[in-house]
Every structure is written in structure tokens, then in C-alpha cells.
Design a protein around this ligand. Structure first.
Ligand code: CA
Length: 366
């Protein structure tokens, strides 16, 4: 009875009655609901505030966490530059300036050489395949290992779907035409461009259009029609290339400050993780739904010319990708470990994708 009285004093009469009525006095987990504690979190993002798909995807994570927790966690979302700069998100969450950070893992390759493996690898996973690796392979476990020294818990929280190959003002008929080309392209894709003689530049989304328009860069990739239309990239480049060899299905992340996460009751921890899984599903659906409409607008209204990279160019880019990965994995043991897992998984699921999806998509075109 003393224990009951203590619970009653701590959690209030209503809560104690509920416990008593359930006859489960021992299960006193989830005290937050009884004490009415509200966690006020901040989310910083690498995207412009409310940017379609990405910024709204960050908003959606915040909204889901609030809704699913019944308002016990409130999340305030900050666009790039509002609280910290786009590329300061990782440090801000690591240091506890914010509890959540929404971005892309390959932006942190200067801190963690293996990080691009968790967003996109050229000629690598499709969206379905990378999610399979995260949830049913070792992907998420390895990602957690990579972020743990920084006090961060990573989560897949979206996917852009297959991206486009980028915006150019010249036709790319051979690898020669990439020589000297100053292009905004992050992650391993940028390293591949460098090996092809180009000059990769990493810019946050919000800085791409002014750089392209002023000629500070010659070419850029961003995401796909839905997002590229929103930035007006068609106003500064004529040719829109496919396929997005460098980002075939980029995972978007939402990292959590580990200390803040561990301070949550177990049910709220499950809610936070569940919100991210739901956001992961929703973002991909949004891109799939919106990209073709935007592509039509780009072509029919703005006169954009769609081009496909010649097979010979793609073949060479694929060879250079293998060199880039060999280089990274030779220098960094964690990158080697992550790649060993990813390569094995890719070989395995890739066979199934070929026999199921690829085979079907060919049939659908007949
Ligand atoms: Ca991109």
C-alpha cells in the first residue's frame, strides 16, 4: 500500500485510480503521461524552411511525433540558417543545441568517411533496396555504429526516390565533356566527377540557383523534377540529364541526440522511432506522386530538354565509382566494414530486383 500511496502522490489521484482499476500496480512505466511532462525539442535541418518534399518532410516528422505522443513531445522545426547553417546540423545535434537534425548522411563525409553509404552510392541501391538493407540487413545497425561516437542516433526518415542526373548548359556526349566542369554534386558522386576531371562543389540546396545563375558553377544536380522546378533551376540551365546514376534512391536522415532520446520514457522512444518510419514511407510516396507532373511542367511550359547520358559515359562513371569506393574503403576501416555489408546485400537483393521489378518494368513497356 505504501508503494501505491507513493505512486498516487507522484502521479496524481486519477492516474493511481487507473492503475488500481487495471490491477497492475507493478507496471508504473510511462510516468510522463501522469505527471504531464512535456518535452520541448528543436529540429534543425539542412533544407530551406518548408521546401517541398524535404523541408515539408522534416515538418512531417515533427508533426507525427507531436500527434502520436498526444502532445507530450513538441518539436519546433528550424530551416537552414534559422538556428544553425545547413552544414552545421550534425554538430548542433551532437552538441545538444537541437535534439533532432534532418538532412542527408553524405553531407558529413568530412567527419565520417562511411557516411555516404547511408544516403546514396552511385549505381547502388534503389529506394526499396536501401530500406531493406536498413531494416532487414545490417544497414541501420552499422549506421548507428558510425554515429555513436558523436552521441547521435541516426534514422532513415525519408527517401527522394531516383534522382535526375543534373542540369547542364552543354551536351555530355563523352567523359571529356566533364573535364573542368564545375558542378554541384555531393557525396561519392562528387568524388567520381573529380576522377573524371571535373570540379565537384558541395553547396546546400538554398545556394544552388544563385551559384548556377551567376556562373560560379557550370552545372548542378539537386534532386528531381519536383524539387528542381521549385528552385527554378531551368532558368539557368537548358539540358536536364537522366539517369541519376549518382543517387538512385537517396535516403534522408533524421538524427537524434542520444542523451535526449535516452531521457525519454520507453513509449515515447518508440513513438519517435515510429514517426520516422512513417515519414520515410510518406516522403517516397510524395516524390513518386509529384515528379512526373513537375517534369511535364519543365518540358511543356519551360522548354527544358531531357537528355540521357550515353551508355559509354555511364559505363565509365561506373568504373570510376568502383575506384572511389576502393579508395575510401582502403583508407577507413569502418567504411570497409559498411561497404562489405552493403555490397553483399546489393548483390543478393539486386538479383531479385532484376528478376522481379526490372523484368516487370520491361514487360510494362511492351
Ligand atoms: Ca542530389
Amino acid at each position: 500500500m505504501k508503494r501505491r500511496e507513493l505512486i498516487s502522490a507522484l502521479a496524481g489521484a486519477a492516474a493511481a485510480t487507473t492503475l488500481s482499476a487495471c490491477g497492475k500496480q507493478e507496471e508504473v512505466a510511462a510516468p510522463a503521461v501522469h505527471t504531464g511532462k512535456v518535452y520541448r525539442w528543436k529540429m534543425v535541418t539542412t533544407w530551406p524552411k518548408n521546401f517541398p518534399g524535404l523541408g515539408t518532410g522534416a515538418n512531417r516528422v515533427a508533426e507525427l511525433i507531436e500527434q502520436l505522443s498526444g502532445g507530450r513531445i513538441k518539436v519546433k522545426v528550424y530551416g537552414a540558417g534559422e538556428l544553425v547553417g545547413a552544414f552545421e546540423v550534425f554538430d548542433a545535434v551532437s552538441q545538444g543545441t537541437a535534439q533532432l537534425g534532418h538532412g542527408g548522411a553524405y553531407y558529413w563525409k568530412g567527419k565520417i568517411a562511411a557516411s555516404p553509404f547511408f544516403s546514396a552510392v552511385p549505381f547502388g541501391f534503389t529506394p526499396d533496396e536501401i530500406n531493406a538493407w536498413f531494416y532487414y540487413g545490417d544497414g541501420l545497425k552499422l549506421w548507428e555504429e558510425a554515429y555513436r561516437p558523436f552521441g547521435l542516433i541516426p534514422n532513415p526518415a525519408g527517401n527522394t526516390g531516383p534522382q535526375m542526373g543534373g542540369w547542364f548548359n552543354r551536351e555530355i556526349n563523352s567523359l571529356e565533356e566533364l573535364k573542368g566542369l564545375k558542378m554541384r554534386i555531393p557525396g561519392f558522386g562528387g568524388e567520381v566527377l573529380k576522377r573524371a576531371g571535373g570540379v565537384p562543389v558541395t553547396l546546400p540546396g538554398g545556394e544552388i540557383f544563385p551559384a548556377l545563375q551567376s556562373g560560379a558553377i557550370d552545372a548542378t544536380e539537386w534532386v528531381g523534377p519536383y524539387n528542381d522546378l521549385a528552385f527554378g533551376l531551368y532558368k539557368a540551365a537548358k539540358y536536364y540529364y537522366t539517369p541519376g546514376w549518382h543517387e538512385p534512391g537517396s535516403a534522408i536522415e533524421c538524427m537524434i541526440n542520444a542523451q535526449a532520446f535516452e531521457a525519454l520514457p520507453k513509449d515515447l522512444q518508440a513513438i519517435v522511432r515510429g514517426a520516422m518510419r512513417q515519414a520515410n514511407l510518406e516522403m517516397l510516396a510524395e516524390y513518386t506522386a509529384r515528379n512526373e507532373q513537375a517534369l511535364r511542367t519543365l518540358v511543356e511550359k519551360h522548354g527544358v530538354v531531357i537528355k540521357r547520358f550515353p551508355d559509354e559515359v555511364l559505363r565509365k562513371l561506373k568504373q570510376l565509382t568502383a575506384e572511389v569506393i576502393a579508395d575510401v574503403t582502403a583508407r577507413d576501416p569502418l567504411a570497409a566494414k559498411v561497404w562489405a555489408s552493403q555490397r553483399a546485400f546489393l548483390q543478393q537483393v539486386g538479383k531479385w530486383t532484376d528478376i522481379s521489378e526490372y523484368s516487370f518494368l520491361s514487360a510494362r513497356q511492351l
